[in-house]
Write a protein that binds this ligand. Structure first.
Ligand code: NAD
Length: 502
């Protein structure tokens, strides 16, 4: 990486420090020790970045660069990401606390997003010719870039979330400013360097590292910004939407989730089925210590198999190897911050007060050689006998906490699964194909998995119903977010219309 310490703000092709000269230490969540220092930008840095993106859009060549050239640049970026996979995967692990294996998988998915959007735009024709009902009119619908896009991203999948915005924004011909999470900015900074290396003109890609309340808020309210795409929590997302509404900007919101994992007894009828459903329930809830927007944090299980299933789930959850993400054999890293751990502890405490039964976890693990005492570790936790009135069932914990609710009928299962203000993702496990389709059709969630949990495809839309957000990322709709649609109507034989007599 060519970024020198503190110079992590990239405006109009130059790396610089914050105008205030403020800095921030970036901590490794595995030991709470700083491993990098970045610029702590403010509203004035946001203004400078937006001005550069505005000039690059209004007077630069990127918006009118032929689609084939834009696609070729995105493919070069994908190649550079693959070249730097090890370095970036490690950086993501240190920044966000995930295992290096997860970090590498993230980088593969980031490269896939760039390739997907390159292929998508390259395959498109020049526009959709519309039949105007007469051969004296040529009518065509075309797509154009929206303009200056302000992109705001969270800390759990820092580069992946950034790529789901940057790749389609660039494919469509926009310029952008991005603000990564203030606690995990490192890989997004590195990506800007790769965009420059791939040949992106100065001013098209700008980054301001800094906090949400100043840099992010300025992005959302700034009159020169045309579109705001935000991924993060419901509270900040609501503020972003309110600020953006004042300027009637386009807004896309990818917010939280409280995602049901519905398991019918018939899915557990064989030993293999039982093992698979338990294994995937663990994966759904505890990968990346549950800090996943689509985490299957609500197990909704048929009463007849509850005891056997939860006992096995708790037994296996207790065996998950917690430790520093860079250590061999570690299966799960720490939470991202002390704040996130304390939030998780608060939810577990409230659940126990409200009558939940702790089956495993519920505390900080003992330190060990792979688990420094200063790291933000928390044990995978299973809370049995939960119900809708509990805060832990209604609100997003964003930690390694799985709640268990039970049902007796299909209708009851569907009602429980839909009983959330969110609607990001959910799964149904059953051996009955008819039931699988019926339940999937009734779940009010943006992604529904049948006998699986967590996979996504860059070519399929991702996003939420209800308070999980507005708009979609990935797929053709993920590109459409970054475009204006224009109807060009050409009269080939103009004549007076004589609407007015004189
Ligand atoms: P967060 O809302 O605290 O922060 C997200 C980003 O918004 C950060 O960059 C932050 O600095 C910025 N921000 C905060 N306040 C702001 C404001 N007033 N104006 C503008 N920007 C502001 O979220 P987080 O804790 O970083 O991330 C976790 C959340 O993200 C969870 O709720 C999770 O479900 C959600 N998430 C959703 C998806 C999805 O695809 N739906 C994906 C990943 C994460």
């Amino acid at each position: 990486m060519s970024v020198s310490a503190h110079n992590t703000i990239h405006v109009d092709g130059e790396w610089r420090s914050a105008l205030s000269a403020a800095t921030r230490e970036i901590l490794d969540p595995a030991d709470a020790k700083p491993f990098a220092v970045v610029a702590e930008g403010g509203a004035e840095d946001a203004d400078a970045a937006i001005a550069a993106a505005r000039a690059a859009f209004d007077r630069g060549r990127w918006p009118t660069t032929p689609v084939a050239e834009r696609a070729a640049l995105l493919r070069r970026v994908a190649g550079l990401l693959r070249r730097d996979r090890e370095e970036l995967g490690l950086l993501e692990s240190r920044d966000a606390g995930k295992t290096v294996e997860e970090g590498r998988a993230d980088i593969d998915c980031v490269a896939d997003a760039f390739t997907y959007f390159a292929d998508l735009v390259a395959a498109e024709g020049p526009g959709r010719v519309v039949d105007a009902g007469t051969d004296t009119v040529h009518s065509v619908v075309v797509h154009e870039p929206v303009g200056v896009c302000a992109l705001i991203t969270p800390w759990n999948y820092p580069l992946l979330q950034a790529s789901w915005k940057i790749a389609p924004a660039l494919a469509a011909g926009n310029t952008f400013v991005i603000k990564p999470s203030e606690i995990t900015p490192m890989t997004t900074i590195a990506l800007i360097d790769l965009l420059v290396e791939a040949g992106l003109p100065a001013g098209v890609a700008n980054i301001v590292t800094g906090p949400g309340h100043s840099v992010g808020a300025r992005f959302a309210e700034h009159p020169e910004v045309d579109l705001v795409s935000f991924t993060g929590g419901l509270v900040s997302g609501t503020k972003v939407a309110q600020a953006a509404a004042v300027g009637v900007k386009k807004v896309a919101l990818e917010l939280g989730g409280k995602n049901p994992n519905v398991v019918f007894a018939d899915a557990c009828a064989t030993d293999e089925g039982f093992d698979t459903a338990v294994d995937q329930a663990l994966n759904a809830a505890f990968i990346h210590s549950g800090q996943v927007c689509s985490a299957g944090s609500r197990l909704i299980i048929e009463e007849s198999v509850r005891e056997r299933f939860v006992a096995e789930l708790a037994r296996r959850a207790a065996k998950i190897r917690l430790g520093r993400g860079t250590e061999d054999g570690v299966e799960c890293g720490p939470l991202v911050s002390e704040q996130q751990r304390e939030k998780t502890e608060g939810y577990v405490a409230s659940a126990l007060e409200e009558g939940a039964v702790l089956r495993t976890g519920g505390k900080r693990p003992e330190p060990s050689g792979i688990r420094p005492a200063t790291g933000y570790f928390y044990e995978p936790t299973v809370l049995d006998h939960c119900h809708r009135e509990m805060r832990v069932v209604r609100e997003e914990v964003f930690g390694p906490v799985l709640t268990v609710e039970t049902f007796r009928t299909e209708d009851e299962a569907v009602a429980l699964a839909n009983d959330t203000e969110y609607g990001l993702a959910g799964a149904v496990w059953t051996a009955d194909a008819g039931r699988a389709r019926r339940v999937a059709g009734r779940l009010r969630h943006g992604t529904v998995w049948i006998n699986d949990f967590h996979p996504y495809l860059p070519q399929a839309e991702w996003g939420g119903f209800g308070k999980s957000g507005v708009g979609r990322e990935l797929g053709p709709s993920g590109l459409a977010e970054y475009r204006e649609t224009k109807h060009v109507y050409q009269n080939l034989d103009p004549k007076p219309v004589r609407w007015f007599a004189g």
